[in-house]
Design a protein around this ligand. Structure first.
Ligand code: THU
Length: 141
């Protein structure tokens, strides 16, 4: 990784702390996220929240975006740091990528990290080149 700016390092620490709140008693796989928005210096956090009815599980990334919408309504997402414990670090799942594509530009930066630090920088378009978008559909009568 090239040298990282101080706000990315701060976001890593914030995501690492958010991961400690993960509720993952079933998988044991904990994820923490810090989302930076252009319109705010505050980082919005997320962690995964599992449920005894497994399919109800909420991913850390979607929780962060939902929390940001609750707080700001309109988002200008700048970058996100995701911390898990795998090597190499895990990317967001397909459902989360589709969810992010609703609010982010293709150049949205995603930093993948594990407990050793940030390992990789990707853009949303690298992971999700063609998200589903309603505007692509025209309703014919
Ligand atoms: N998980 C996330 O939080 N983000 C992802 O992008 C993929 C998976 C969580 C869901 C579940 O609690 C655990 O990781 C194992 O799938």
């Amino acid at each position: 990784m090239p040298p990282l700016s101080s706000n990315i390092k701060e976001a890593y620490e914030t995501a690492r702390k958010a991961r400690e709140n993960a509720h993952a008693p079933y998988s044991g796989f904990t994820v923490g996220v810090a989302l930076k928005l252009l319109n705010s210096n505050e980082l919005v956090t997320g962690c995964n929240v599992e449920n005894a009815s497994y399919g109800l599980t909420l991913c850390a990334e979607r929780n962060a975006f939902a929390a940001a919408i609750v707080k700001y309504r309109i988002l200008e997402p700048e970058f996100m740091v995701i911390v898990s414990e795998t090597t190499p670090p895990s990317p967001p799942c397909g459902a989360c990528l589709q969810f992010m594509a609703e609010f982010c530009q293709p150049g949205f930066e995603i930093y993948l990290a594990n407990t050793k630090g940030i390992q990789e920088r990707l853009l949303l378009k690298d992971l999700m080149p063609r998200p589903f978008q309603m505007k692509f559909w025209s309703v014919k009568s």
